[in-house]
Design a protein around this ligand. Sequence first.
Ligand SMILES: Cc1cc2nc3c(=O)[nH]c(=O)nc-3n(C[C@H](O)[C@H](O)[C@H](O)COP(=O)(O)O)c2cc1C
Length: 221
Amino acid sequence: MSFLDKLFGRSQKKETENMSNIKTAIIYYSSGGTNYQLAKWAAESAKESGADVRVLKVAETAPQAAIDSNLGWKAHVEATQDVPEVTLEDLEWADAIIFSVPTRFGNMPAQMKQFLDTTGGLWFNGKLVNKVVSAMSSAQNPHGGQEATILSLYTTMYHWGAIVAAPGYTDPVTFAAGGNPYGTSVTVGQDGKMIEDVQAAVKHQAKRTVNIAEAIKKANN
Ligand SMILES: Cc1cc2nc3c(=O)[nH]c(=O)nc-3n(C[C@H](O)[C@H](O)[C@H](O)COP(=O)(O)O)c2cc1C
């Protein structure tokens, strides 16, 4: 099978049969549940592709008083208390890493940046080189900064020496999801519900990330 066939997900059956438990960390931050849902869809898809998957949240750093003052946020924190918090060991373990974060003033939330800023030791020792990474986001407005947020995550990934597996326009599902080629993104209404139907795009992005990680792993063995 050619490399392009792998990238574009052709010969799906054969690809799945060949998949060798690509270790996939899906790391998210969410205060309202949207990015947790995106992470869960990505996890479903990665598992369908044969990957060994960990869904992990970054540590909450906001004051408890701020969380308690927002019923939706408080409920989400309580509903996800059993989701493990990501550690540096998870990053070292993973072949593929998929991030999902809400847009905050056109950037990633401080909680995710705080975690990324602890990766200096791994970076210094070359432990993040050739990780295959991809990112997703949400925002309240259709043009509220989703693309900038995803690109801000990728900026850190370039420093790691990671390989960015953006979806581009490799499958028509991207158009139906709003057409963000940098990574799947969704608009969230005032009621907290997603506007676009992005489930298929998330699943395509996750599968593609796992497929590319598989190709990179094979090439390095
Ligand atoms: C501090 C803060 C900054 C935000 N900045 C933006 C923004 O720049 N653009 C936008 O459209 N929405 C913005 N939002 C809305 C969030 O992006 C939205 O609530 C989030 O995507 C929902 O994801 P979640 O349910 O996973 O938390 C902001 C929300 C907060 C709390």
